[in-house]
Design a protein around this ligand. Structure first.
Ligand code: MG
Length: 302
């Protein structure tokens, strides 16, 4: 038994990287940020895109369900808008004052001897602001955000991965917005789902985001992350399931009910060590090692 413990100590740790979603994962849903964000998205659709108010709830549901984010869906069905303007409208008026410094989380993160990377569908301004409000902005090696996966504006998203950089705080080159798509043809997604027998395919969105497997694979490639040796923390069940499909170890945050695709479930990110049994084993091992040492010394002096 002692032998086994010693042997296991020289084995490499199971994980080398912790990958974190940001919103509703590193802070709780009760902050009201998500609710305010959804309201801003709906306001943007009415005020800026001129969509009929009565269609908003159905449209939001369908776009979110089928495209990953409402924003990706809006682009998919043919709306054209500036990504930065969208983000500043949707995130600019969020109640950031509800995000308070979290010294407990900060201490826990800093105690974990792994690479730590943020992976969010949000833009870099929001990510930086939220992390800094929580007082944990320096706990991560980098941020994979909207701009990382969508480095160019509009419908001219580049396939050339050489021009994608994973830098400290997701610095991306400033590429001027270009008005490439002047299309006014909007795909009727509500009608589409009301008549599923027509067999029409949904138009594709140029926006890359979770939970698409492509988005997750692209993120892992950019940050040079091996999914088999990474724990992925997320509050979204479908993102957890997509993460599982690409081989990540998964931790559902915000609920203690484990769902299909989740290896662990944590009510709060504060319980993070519970999702990393090897750390708990290490804690126990150091206790075992200590008592073992005492035992040896005793036998020598005996
Ligand atoms: Mg989230």
């Amino acid at each position: 038994m002692e032998f086994d413990d010693r042997y296991r100590q020289v084995q490499r740790p199971k994980y080398e990287c912790l990958l974190f979603d940001l919103d509703d994962t590193l802070y709780p849903l009760s902050t009201g940020i998500a609710t305010a964000c959804l309201k801003n998205i709906k306001d943007y659709m009415v005020d800026k895109l001129g969509i009929d108010k009565s269609k908003i709830p159905d449209l939001c549901n369908l776009l979110y369900k089928n495209y990953g984010t409402t924003m990706a869906g809006l682009r998919g069905i043919g709306y054209d808008f500036d990504y930065d303007e969208y983000h500043s409208f949707v995130h600019g008026r969020l109640p950031y004052e509800n995000l308070k410094p979290d010294p407990v989380l900060r201490k826990r993160l800093l105690s974990l001897p792994y690479r730590k990377v943020i992976f969010t569908n949000a833009d870099k301004v929001h990510a930086a602001k939220a992390l800094s409000r929580l007082g944990i902005e320096d706990c991560f090696e980098g941020i994979i955000c909207f701009e990382t996966l969508n480095p160019t504006h509009k419908s001219t998203v580049s396939d050339d991965e050489d021009d994608v950089e994973f830098v400290g705080l997701c610095n991306t080159p400033d590429i001027p917005a270009t008005n490439t798509s002047a299309s006014t043809e909007i795909f009727d997604i509500i009608g589409h789902f009301a008549r599923p027998d027509l067999g029409l395919a949904l138009p594709k969105s140029p926006i890359v985001c979770k939970p698409s497997v492509d988005a997750i694979e692209k993120a892992l490639k950019i940050a040079k992350i091996n999914p088999q040796r990474t724990l992925f923390f997320e509050d979204s069940v479908r993102n957890i399931q997509a993460g599982k499909r690409v081989g990540l170890h998964t931790v559902l945050v915000g609920s203690s009910q484990r769902v299909k695709g989740a290896d662990f479930a944590l009510e709060s990110i504060h319980n993070i060590r519970e999702a990393i049994p090897e750390l708990l084993e290490d804690d126990m091992k150091s206790e075992v090692a200590y008592s073992g040492k005492v035992a040896v010394e005793t036998s020598v002096t005996a």
